[in-house]
Design a binder for this molecule. Sequence first.
Ligand code: 13P
Length: 233
Amino acid sequence: MVPTPTRNEEETRLRQALCRVGALCYKKGFIVGTDGNLSVRTAHDTILVTPTGAMKGFLEPHHIAHVDMDGRAIDDGPRASSEIGIHLTSYRERPDMHAVVHTHPPHAVALSIAGIDMQLPLIPEVVVTIGGTPTTPYATPGTHELGDSIRDVVRCSDTLIMKNHGAVTLGSNLLDAFKKLDMIEHTARILWLAHAVKGGIEPLPQEAVKKLLETRRQLGIKTTNTLENQCGL
Ligand code: 13P
């Protein structure tokens, strides 16, 4: 039997994971400067979150902030992200999720600025897994507006684009949240290229979507899917 990690062991592992995934987001070009914030919920219902104003690609475990489910600091460590509201809203609305990653992936954000919808059914892999990615209305970063602006969508989607701002992805763990972010930006690049070569796109027809959602059921995939639950539609 695998022994249950102690509270300290769990915290050490999660702090290291936040640093590793922050570095990955930077290497992949999803953040620059002091962009973005990442968090994980511990087994004791506290949140380890990246500190405000730091370069999230270059963090070390002692840079991570630790807060309760209301965003209050629970140690003398660094100050939590100014966008902690995104994370608190996500965990409150989705008790099934344990990690939240907010970044500024350029193609996905550019499409939101151009008013191009990423919730359309475009690529089979995406239709079968997350469905699509809804866009939420613009809200001012660093204010309460931000957490409120994502509430309705985060209830029914693991991924979203905050218009003119960035992506938010939720996962069962950090790698799962990163995987969804990677999928969003990859899809956005494909969508961008399709618009560039043709000046318009052809989403998958309804019949093809129906078949893919049926395949999903046959494969026993139970994760949240925005085409299945009609999120934001
Ligand atoms: P924080 O450094 O406070 O998390 O803010 C980063 C950010 O992305 C601002 O939009």
